[in-house]
Structures are given as structure tokens and as C-alpha cells.
Design a protein around this ligand. Sequence first.
Ligand SMILES: [Mn+2]
Length: 486
Amino acid sequence: MRKKRSEPVYRLDAERVGKEAACELGDVRLERRMERIVGTMCKRPSASLPAMFPDESESEAVYRFLRNERLSLGRVLRGHVAHTVARAQSLRTVVVIHDTTEFSFATGRERRHGLQRHSEARQGFFGHVSLCVSVDGARAPLGCLWMQPFVRLAHLDHEAERQDWQRLMGRDFSESGRWLKGIRHSERLLGPKVSAIHICDREGDSYPLLSKLVGDGSRFVVRLSHNRTLACPSLGHLQDFVGNQPLLGEPRTVELSERLHAEKRPSSQKSHPNRPRRTATLSIRRAEVTLRRPASRKDDERCPQTLTLNILDVREVNPPVGQAPVRWTLCTSESIDSAEDCWRIVDHYRTRWLVEEFFKALKTGCAFESRQLDSHKTLLIALGLSIPVAWTLLLMRYLEREAPDSPADSVLPRDLLGFLRRVWPRGPAPDHPTVRQALLAIASLGGHFRHNGPPGWLVLHRGYQTLLTMFQGFLAASSEGGCDQS
Ligand SMILES: [Mn+2]
């Protein structure tokens, strides 16, 4: 991915996150409560709820909020989603990454209500997310458009739990239908002025899904997992046919993101092995192909008999010893006429690292899987509160990695940056710090040592927390003493 400068889509402003997230609840008292909760979570996202809210009456109010029968995940997310849509609408084109993760909680002494059995010791549910990312210039996370929680009803123990989830998921919900549902829902939210390119990994490879996307004129990049049959039998199968095409131009070097703790998702772990961050040299082949409807769908009237798609075959040249080489077969609605077009599609697909980071930000950064809440209902409200917080963690990580040379005052509130320059660790602060300089300074407030390499987002966030606490103390002291804050 080439690094381009662009206007920032958002500032790292903890105060604003709570305000934005709470703004659409439709009840002033609940909105005020939610703003406080999210604002507090932003400052200490991985702390336990009792540590975050040590005041007894306040912590009771938080638990009342989590147990409020009038609230739902969808309602709690409304404000964040509305602001995500507004950010997307300020751009012409966005990428929407769709992916599923498993949320898993320790069963402990007592089974928690409404969670499906993952194993003897773990219970949980799945979450299917649609994450919106900019493509004009930078590729910055804009926020979450949709989070569909789901379970496999057969893995629930009680009829009452099954009925609860059936209501929650909707009668028409099917696990395989979640991809299309997320895509349709995102398109409805974004409206006609935003052009969305939908990204799915191999789990999204399904003939009915692809034919619906093509039929409706949706834009997409989906990684294929099946070596599908071509309509013309003499051409053989898809992967052999595309693999026999000539290379397109010179290979290019790209940065591959790290992939750790392979996710326990509906698919097997084998398809997502761990991978350290590394550079890879990729080559591309391209072809337009016409697929034949799979034999298993031969009586399915909803599926067209043939389907024409653009295909890219992306392969790693000379992978390091012991590492699985990259090989992606991508199918797309986008033009593959020029090499530039093709590399742009590869870059769209590579934005998928953001959704993996988003899941990590939720699970580790916001400690969502450690929340000691007793039912799926309270956990889902807690998930809705954690999503805007996880998004700010993701944004910080993104800025450090992808927009290091932008001026820091484009992402940090001015007064906060002014204060950071006063407490700048190791020597005098630069007059106009870049994003990387500012984030490194913040990371060292969080205990990061430069010789340990680039800061991870936990240390970054610990530093950000420290900075906010120091800044609040400074503001309080200045207002008491009446001294100049500038
Ligand atoms: Mn996936």
C-alpha cells in the first residue's frame, strides 16, 4: 500500500467518542449515562468494570444500564453508526470489510445464560461485523456499520434461550446469509451517494452470494476458496486457467500485516495460520472467466446458470523458508484492465488487516471477553459500548502505522498536543511534531522503550491514558491557580 497524505477523517479525542456514541439513544438521561460510561471506558478500556467505576452508586448505575430491558445492541450502536455513515458520506468511495469472529467467555462455576457451548470451559457467541474504511488517499477506519451477533441454536441448552436468540437474530437469519445481509444493510445505511466496495475473505465464497452481488451491480472483492468449474469445459478449472495466464508487469513488494493467535472462527484454524509481519513480493495474473453453476445448485432457480467475473491470481515470489506463501484468488466487480487497476484491488483486499485488528482491539484492548456479566443480554449491551472504544484504539494503531508523517495537530486536539509538547519525554519537543513523533512520545509515557521497536497498541493506549490523566490534572491545577494554559 502506498502511503499518501490526506485530510484526517477523525481526531483522537476521547471526550468526543462518548458524545458521538450516545447521541441517538432518544432518552436524555440514558444518553448522559452512556456518554459517561463510554468516555470512562476510552480512558481505561481494559480495566474491569469495578476498577473503572469505583464509586458504588456509579457502578450500580452502570449495571442498571447494562440490564436495561429497553436497550439492545442495535440501539446502543446507533450513535456510532450514524457518525460512521456521516464520515463515509464526506468521502465518495469507501471499503466495507465484512468478517466474523467468535467471542468466548470462561464458563466459571455457573453457566452463563444465553451463551452457546464452545467447549467444557468456554461459552460464547459469534459476531459478524461490517467495518467501514476510507479509500481516497489514506485507508483509515471510519467505524462500524453493523454488528450481527449469532449463535448455533443446537448448541444452546434451553428452549427459552433458543427463543430469545431467534427473536434477536430475526426469523429469516441464516449463518450463510449473513454476508449478503451485512452488505445490503451497509448499502442502505450509506445511501446512494457513497460507493461501497465490499471485502470478504474465503468464508464469503459462495455462488449464490456472488451471483446476487453481480446481479445487483454491487462492488466487491471476495477471496475464493473453491477451484470452481468454468462454463467452457475445455478451459479446465478456474485456478488452473488463471494460473496459466501471463504475469502482469513486474512483481511488487508489499507489507503483510502480522496475524497472531489464529482465530477460532466458524471456519477451521488451519485456514488462518499465524504469520509475523513481513514484506512480500507479489506477482499478479488476471483473467475474465465465466463460471458454471455448481452441481450442488443445479436445481436452484435463484442462481443463474453461468456467472462472469474478473479474477486476480496473486502469488508470493520467493517466500521466506518455513512461511506459507501468499496465494490469493480474488474475484471482483472492479476493472482489471490495467496493472494499476489490479494493484488497487490487491490493496483493497489488504485493508482486511484492519478488521483483524478491530477484533483484537475489542477482545484484548477492551477486555470484552473478560467481562464478568451473567447473560448474553448484558454482554451484548457491553459489546455495543465497547465498539466505539475499540474503534479509537484501531484508529490510533492505524495512524502510527499508515500516516506517520502527517502533522500531529491533524489528529490530536490542539490543547492536548500543546500539553504533550510540555511533557515531551527525552529532550525538547519538535516545533511541529509528526503523527509518529507524537505517538512515540505518547508510547514512552506508557512505558515503551524505543529499542523495543515500534509500539504495540496496548502500550500506545496506556501512554494515551497517562497523557489524558496528566492533562486533566494540569487543567484542574491551572483553573485553581488561574495560570495561563496556553
Ligand atoms: Mn473470516
